[in-house]
Ligand binder design. Sequence first.
Ligand SMILES: Cc1ncc(COP(=O)(O)O)c(C=O)c1O
Length: 356
Amino acid sequence: MRHKKSDYMHWSKTQSRARFNLATSGVAPFPLRELPVNLKQLEINGANDYGYAPLQQAIAKHHSVDSECVVESLGTSMANHLAMAAIIEPGDEILIEHPAYGPILDVAHYLQADVERFRRAEENGWAIDLAEVRRCVTPKTRLIVITNLHNPTSVLTPESVLREIGDIARSVGALVLVDEVYLDAVYENTPRTSFHLGPEFVVTSSLTKVYGASGLRCGWILAQPDLAWKLRRLNDLYSATPVHPGELLSVAAFQHLSLLRERARQIVEADRKLLGDFLKQQSVISGVETKWGTTSFVRLRTGNVDDFLERLRTDFDTSAVPGRFFEMPDHFRIGMGVNTEMFAEGLKRIGRALAS
Ligand SMILES: Cc1ncc(COP(=O)(O)O)c(C=O)c1O
C-alpha cells in the first residue's frame, strides 16, 4: 500500500491544542484589521491562470529573482509536494535530513521514492555535516532535501555549507530542495535565498510561519524557468487556479511585509529570552540554543517524553510537540512567537511538571 497520510499533521490538527499551547511552529496570526488594505478592492475572480502577475512580481522582488522563476502554490506544504513530485520518479533516491519535518518524508514516501537519510547530530549543534552528506549521496540520488532554518531545531545553515551541498548534488546530477519557510525569522542580516547559489537549488517558502498569514496560503517555489513550467503544469492536476481573494490580500501583505514581520519579531525575541533563562535552570531537559527561529528542540534526559507530554497536557493544560514526529522520541519541540504571557506560563508549567 502506498503511504497516504501524515501522522504529524493529524496530531497537530486534532491533539496539539492546549490553553498553554507551545506546540506551535509559526508566529501569532496577523489580524486582517491591522493590514492596511481597502477591502472594497477585493475581487473574487481575476487573471491568474498560471499565477497572478502582481503577486508573482511581489514574490520575485522579495527574493530578487526573475518572476519567471516564481511558481505560486498553496502554502509551503503544496510547494514541497509539487517540487518533489516534479523532480522525483518512483524508485528515485531522495536524501533527506534527519531529523526532518514529517510531511516532507510523508510526501517522499507517497511519491514512492527510495528515501535515504543523512544525520544532523545534536552533539554537532544539529549542523549539517558535509562529510555525512558526501557519505550518503550516491549516483542514484536525484534530490537532497533540507530545511533552513531547520525544523525542529531552528539551526541556520550558512551559505558556505549550502554551496558545498550544491556542489555535492551537481557531482551526481541531483538537485537541492531547500525549504526556507522559517528563513525570514533571521531578523538581522537575513540571508538571501539559496536559490541564488546555483541552478541546482529549488526553494520553497510562504507567508505562513514568520508572517502570521497562514490563512492566505500564499506559498511559492523558486525554480529555474523550465522546471518552473513543469511545476505549473503539474499543479494543473491538483488545484487548477489559485484563490484570487487570497492572492489580492497576499499582494497587500507583501506591500506591508515589514509590518507583519516586526509585529511577530517582538514576541519571538521575548519568548527566546524566556526560554534561554528557563533552560539554564533545568537539569532534566537541555537544548541547543539558537539565535533565531520559532522553535526549539529539547531533550528529556530521563523518563519517557510521550508520558511526560501527556501528563503536561492533562494536568497542566500545556502542549508541546512529541519528538517522535521527528523520529527523535527523547526530544520534544517548543514553539515561540505567539503570545509571551502564554509562553511564560507554559514554561512555568513545564517546570512544574518536570519537578512533580
Ligand atoms: C519545514 C516546514 N515546511 C513547510 C511547512 C508547512 O508550511 P505552510 O503552512 O506554508 O504550508 C511547515 C509547517 O510547520 C514546516 O515546518
